[in-house]
Design a protein around this ligand. Structure first.
Ligand code: PLP
Length: 490
């Protein structure tokens, strides 16, 4: 029989000592992070081979576990916090955000409803209101926190589906019923895959997603959208939703949201705006015009875990009609029935998960520690550095920008001046693609920076994504020097 002592957790004193050591590990990490390559030089399987295949039967000293963390785990992550990390999108974990995660894990509140998480519920309501106001959005928006933009968009599409009269998918399901049209959702060719994934999950199917071509600046063309809706109605489809992009993943382009909102209104369609990355830019009042029209949406997703210095995970889903979400999702099992919750959200009734993490705490700590003006200044600095880099590209005849750079991301490639004007000749186009792919691989092999790529209108593009807290002008200049060197060597 185990004794009571065998069954206990760390004592408060043991926990305190270990927590101090972990605090040191984390602080040391930030102090010395640049000793690492951004992307570890390892092959798939390299770590698994150094981990025991079987779990330990008895207890191991925490010291040994932390030593293995330092030897095996920390050096072998891709360092998203490294100032040379300029791939994909910004994702900074700030000090106050990490501390908020830690305290949230300590309380381990399960934020289903007010009764089992009163302060977390009310803090979430408060922080959602703060963020909405910080982004300059009207008070008509209610909202909640989810884990990711993928979840926020899925949740919004279920609500959009629910709002369509005559469908009753919640009660009746979608398959095998007479008299139903097929559901159609519209988004641009540049829209994020999470929209398509939500269509897969909600029974709309990939065929139900109609991707509308974009203009030269990679924005959805409203004329083609309106035409597509007309054609679909004429052939028996049931249009129900438009997903507008406020900051596409590849190029950060923003769809013409005012025109799209007008079409959504005229056609009676739900408008969901995907501002997962660029929405945080709205904390800077001078950048809000770039997102104009998003305030007319039925729902909006913004990821503080991208560009608002919040550790994974935190996605903000805003919506105008909370009752539609509640009607779409609410199932209150007998064991959760309560009387008293008037005037507060029982958040589990508005979305998919029942148990929810206490995400509001870290956001509250971040906003209070940096202040709204401090957050805006940090976002602005990411944009300043991106504009600086874009200027260097524009000023060099051997380099070419492939998209406008309104936020903190620049799309560009090496296009030696000798090829100017011949980019679309098939052999030149193929050469430039292969050349830039090799050039980026050479730059990344240096280990001090990490860039990623995409394709825009078929052209391979290198992307430089700024907006992390630790990026400085020196780091951006270093990336540019490496790129130019690789361009000359090619
Ligand atoms: C990153 C991103 C997503 C997906 O975000 P997750 O939180 O990882 O699900 C969706 N849309 C856009 C525009 C994005 O940039």
């Amino acid at each position: 029989m185990p004794t009571r002592d065998d069954l206990r957790d760390l004592t408060p004193d043991e926990f305190r000592a270990a927590a101090h050591r972990v605090a040191d590990l984390a602080a040391d990490y930030f102090a010395t992070l640049e000793k690492y390559r951004v992307v570890p030089d390892i092959e798939p399987g390299a770590i698994r081979g150094r981990l025991p295949a079987r779990p330990p039967d008895g207890p191991e000293p925490l010291d040994d576990v932390l030593a293995d963390y330092l030897a095996l785990i920390e050096p072998n992550v891709t360092h998203w916090q490294h100032p040379g990390f300029m791939a994909y999108f910004p994702a900074s974990a700030s000090g106050p955000g990490i501390l908020g995660e830690w305290l949230a894990a300590t309380l381990n509140s399960v934020v289903m409803m007010w009764r089992n998480a009163p302060a977390p519920t009310e803090l979430e309501e408060t922080v959602v209101g703060w963020l909405r106001e910080m982004f300059g959005l009207p008070a008509a928006f209610d909202g909640m926190l989810t884990d990711t933009a993928s979840m926020s968009t899925l949740t919004a599409l279920v609500a959009a589906r629910h709002a369509l009269p005559g469908l009753a998918a919640r009660e009746e399901g979608l398959a095998g019923r007479d008299g139903l049209g097929r559901l159609r959702l519209y988004c641009s060719e540049e829209a994020h895959s999470s929209t398509e994934k939500a269509a897969i999950v909600t029974g709309i199917g990939r065929a139900g997603v109609r991707r509308i071509p974009t203009d030269d600046a990679l924005r959805l063309r409203p004329d083609l959208l309106a035409q597509a809706i007309r054609d679909d109605r004429a052939t028996g489809w049931w249009p129900f939703c438009i997903v507008g992009m406020a900051g596409t993943t590849s190029s950060t382009s923003v769809d013409p949201l005012p025109e799209i909102a007008r079409i959504a209104r005229d056609e009676g369609l739900w408008l969901h705006v995907d501002a997962a990355y660029a929405g945080s830019a709205a904390v800077c009042p001078e950048l809000r015009p770039l997102l104009a029209g998003w305030e007319e949406a039925d729902s909006i997703v913004i990821n503080p875990h991208k560009w608002l210095f919040t550790p994974m995970d935190a996605s903000l889903l805003l919506f105008r009609r909370p009752e539609v979400f509640r009607d779409a999702f609410s199932l209150v099992p007998e064991y959760l029935r309560v009387k008293e919750a008037a005037g507060v959200h029982n958040f589990h009734e508005y979305g998919i998960p029942l148990g929810r993490r206490f995400r509001a705490l870290k956001l509250w700590m971040i906003v209070r520690t940096f202040g709204v003006a401090g957050l805006a200044a940090r976002v602005r600095e990411g944009c300043r550095l991106a504009a600086l880099f874009a200027g260097w590209v524009d000023g060099d005849p051997d380099w070419q920008r492939l998209a406008p750079a309104p936020f903190s991301t620049v799309c560009f490639r090496h296009r030696p001046a000798a090829f100017a004007g011949r980019e679309d000749e098939p052999t030149v186009a193929a050469q430039l693609d292969a050349h830039n792919e090799a050039l980026m691989a050479r730059v990344n092999a240096d280990g001090s920076v990490f860039l990623s790529s995409s394709r825009l209108k078929g052209r391979y593009t290198i992307r430089l994504a700024l907006g992390n807290l630790r990026h400085t002008e020196e780091h951006v200049a270093h990336a540019w020097a490496l790129l130019r060197e690789a361009g000359r060597a090619a």
